[in-house]
Design a binder for this molecule. Sequence first.
Ligand code: DGJ
Length: 732
Amino acid sequence: MGIAYDPRERVFRLDTPHTTYLIGIVDAEGFLGQIYYGPRIPADPMRYLLRLEEPPYAPSREPGERVSFYDTFPFEYPAWGGGDFREPCLRAETAEGGRRCELFYQSHEIFAGKKPLEGLPAAFGGECTTLAIRCADPVLGLQVCLSYTVFEDVDVICRSARIENQGAAPLTLTAALSACLTLDGRDFDLITLPGAWAHEWRIDRRPVASGRQGAFSLRGISSHQFNPFLALAEHTATREQGLAYGMCFLYSGNFLAQAEPDACGKIRAVLGIHPEGFGWRLEPGEAFQTPEAALVCSEQGLGGMSRSFHDFFRRHLIRGQGKHRYSLVNSWEAAYFDFDHDRLLALGQKAAEAGIELLVVDDGWFGHREDETSSLGDWYVNEKKLPGGFRRLGEELSAIGVKLGVWMEPEMVSPDSDLYRAHPDYALQTPGWAPAQSRKQYVLDLTRREVRDCVYGQISAVLRSAPIVYLKWDMNRVLSDVFSSALPAGRQGEAAHRYTLGLYELQERLLSDFPDLLLENCCSGGGRFDAGMLYYSPQIWTSDNAEAIDRLTIQEGTALAYPFSSMGAHVAACPSHTNCRSTPFRTRGHVALAGCFGYELDLCKLTPAEFAAIPGQLAEYRELGPVFRDGDAYRLASYSENRSHDALLAVRKDRSLAVLCYVQVVSRAQRRSLRLPLAGLEPLRQYRDRRTGETRSGAGWMHGGVLLPVLEGDHQSLLVVLEGVDGAAEGG
Ligand code: DGJ
């Protein structure tokens, strides 16, 4: 495993446990071509895949067809202007307006480990090896360092590029993407995760058509509309079989994830910061670092791809993975803005009675906020509502064994706020225009240090004022008026990315000053559910739609790339505040069990039977939740596909325990049981079904399956727990 260079073949070989990635240097000029990415292969000579012996040939053999070569060759990091008309990774513009850029191999370095990326989320090591290939444009004096890291324990390759102006004149980068793949030889389907507020991440799968297609965001956040993720699976690939490639972006702002077949049928897939509106000026000596992209290839279909991403994120990206995930009750759907100290304490007392660990005071505790129209930016406690502030509430909660968490929306400012009255210029705004409001609020210009300092001073004062163990960092609008008064004319194309860097800097400061704080990100639910944010917060509020049946689809889509341990999942009020559907309390508990568990309702208004069910749900969360959050997930049936039922299986890493969450969404007229073959068990090990005591081998359960009884009515659910009878080992 690892990375090696074959000087005779001039080929770089990158191996993960089950995949191989080959890059070749071509001709004396040094074009860098992608030879192969796929299942692990022996050290065969594979350069033939570059098709250099076919027309239009390499320029050394056929200089008269240089442009055609450019438009055909599988460039490792394609640049714009020489004749490759597919989507490039790199575009650079000179002061005179010149737009041609070409990259040629110069040198390389292979080293153990991985360097962090300054100011950006980045995967971290363990056992890993990095390849840095330096290439250059000799005319522009641009040097590009392509970085690849392979890990010994996951089938993931991380890529990024550092672009440095080593010339004498300034340049502007108008595209600087992170990764490019060239795939052919199979019929591929493109899979993206489109969505909307309260309907995040429907799995959209369709054959790759001609033209450019994929996912993107220009909203300044990764967005509800598309997740920064793309997969290409061979047309015949299923959940557990066939070849699937995934590309995931470790970034939270504008992005482009795009597939594009060329005239010969090869698909170019690119991932990076969206070039639309992007322009990064590089003075001589300055450099730009792209965010990182994570690539996966799996022969175990989409399930295999997802499990590789889950392992990778849990082990190599999410720094807070090991933090305790409190069971919680959140005040939002319990009380919205209508609360005071006594109401929160009453909620806390109910939480204590039920065994819930944490009370989160959501929106409405600061400034004079009574609704959406005011006070964002004024992060001091409204003493009319909470006399004695968080210190008093925190101490009183602590006395009954409940911890305190708070909500903030640090990136925002209300027009009706002391902050805005004092510093109207702190809001992002385009000269000559009043900034556009959304949810009656403006976005703070996080590109500016003084704005970040002002926000940070307020956040840290709140966190220091009381025993606060959890912060929900919310963000409830997209960016408009992306213009920064800190940037000169000619550099406004940097504003959107600098905003994201400012956000990362703020969250980094928070983590370093409050290392024990559990941070949960949120963006009206999943508007910034991306791997960039997961570097800072181990969990993200998955969706404002916590209704159990809609959540099946939302959590399924999210889990295509992200682990269950990263999903905030709560038992919400009923009928649902989002879609008015009524579902049994038990089903709501089972669906939320897979994620970071909590209650999004008024505990004081539950029926006695519902309230009495909470300790059992919490016990399930403690015992079985870790199997979903730390184990291997297998999607066995999908409500989004069959519209009648849903089945998610999680198996502990040591295969000693498996938990099936089955939801009968629509009851069936057919009164016979449903046979569901399982997956992921050890074939020869014996497993006992806790419900029935039936014991059979893993192979028996996987091929014979479990018989699921008809449940009484719609929206009913069942947990099936299979335990290895030879003694269950601990841990996920
Ligand atoms: C949007 C979040 O997603 C909700 O959970 C809640 O915190 C509201 N914002 C509060 O304004």
